[in-house]
Design a binder for this molecule. Structure first.
Ligand code: UDP
Length: 246
């Protein structure tokens, strides 16, 4: 079932159900867009950039990434069964891809990172077909050529790790020209899969303070954290104080 959080459609699914949805989209053989929605993206979509909201509306699957979205679901009276992050959805989708024989393409991060991530994924899933990899630091005039390269590799699943919202914009602009591929924005996941960045420990994830762990490991993220109280205020204002003022 889909609910609306601050005007954005978000699917109320467990991780397992979200992977089933990804699989359905791949089987449909059409271009499919997947967004793992976090509070930073949604705050921007509501307050400054309506085109970001359009991208969410066009997506075939939108998951509640980030504790902030899960919390907003509770405040709105439409709780999510769990958080479905980009990296978790990617890992579960890769496992399904290996079973089904769907080739995957890894796009993004610094040169070399996607290859290392692919190597590690192949080790974990020996049957996995990696149709190709490409780094995420290409110039704007190279964008179409990158899309062509992906089209020629003919993946069924494309993981785009260019950071949000760049990856969502890129996917929206090029997916039709790439063809029948399901594309998912996965942020910093390739850095984690390549072993360049470590994910916050499990106990932190369970205590719902993974964001704090990320902040400790990557202090440059502090600026992004600042948006969270503003996002919380927006949610409170809309759902608790009932002003409906977005
Ligand atoms: N990145 C990229 N091209 C760019 C900017 C960023 O490939 O032009 C990569 C960057 O190297 C990193 C990822 O995008 O691997 C963004 O990671 P971040 O943790 O900031 O993403 P988030 O999950 O927070 O959206």
């Amino acid at each position: 079932m889909r609910v609306e959080i601050l005007g954005a459609p978000v699917d109320r699914l467990t991780l397992g159900q979200a992977v089933d949805r990804v699989a359905e989209l791949v089987s449909a053989g059409r271009p499919g867009r997947v967004i793992t929605l976090n509070p930073e993206y949604l705050y921007r979509a509501v307050t400054e950039d309506k085109t970001l909201m359009k991208l969410v509306n066009r997506a075939d699957l939108v998951t509640a990434d980030g504790e902030g979205i899960v919390w907003a679901g509770r405040v709105a009276g439409t709780p999510f069964p769990e958080r479905v992050t980009g990296i978790d959805l990617m890992l579960a989708s890769v496992q399904r891809a290996a079973q089904e024989g769907w080739p995957v393409f890894l796009l993004g991060a610094a040169p070399g990172v996607a290859e290392e991530a692919a190597e590690n994924l192949r080790r974990q899933h020996p049957g996995l077909q990696v149709a190709g990899t490409y780094h995420g630091y290409f110039k704007q005039e190279e964008e179409a050529a990158v899309a062509e390269r992906i089209r020629d590799a003919a993946p069924r699943l494309l993981f785009a790790a260019l950071g949000a919202p760049k990856q969502e914009r890129w996917i929206d602009q090029y997916i039709e020209s790439i063809g029948p591929v399901v594309a998912m924005g996965v942020g910093g996941s390739l850095d984690v899969l390549a072993g360049r960045v470590t994910r916050a420990p499990r106990w932190m994830q369970q205590l719902r303070i993974e964001w704090l762990g990320r902040l400790v490991m990557e202090p440059s993220r502090w600026r992004r954290i600042l948006v969270l109280p503003r996002f919380a205020w927006l949610v409170q204002r809309n759902y608790r104080f009932g002003r409906g003022n977005r």
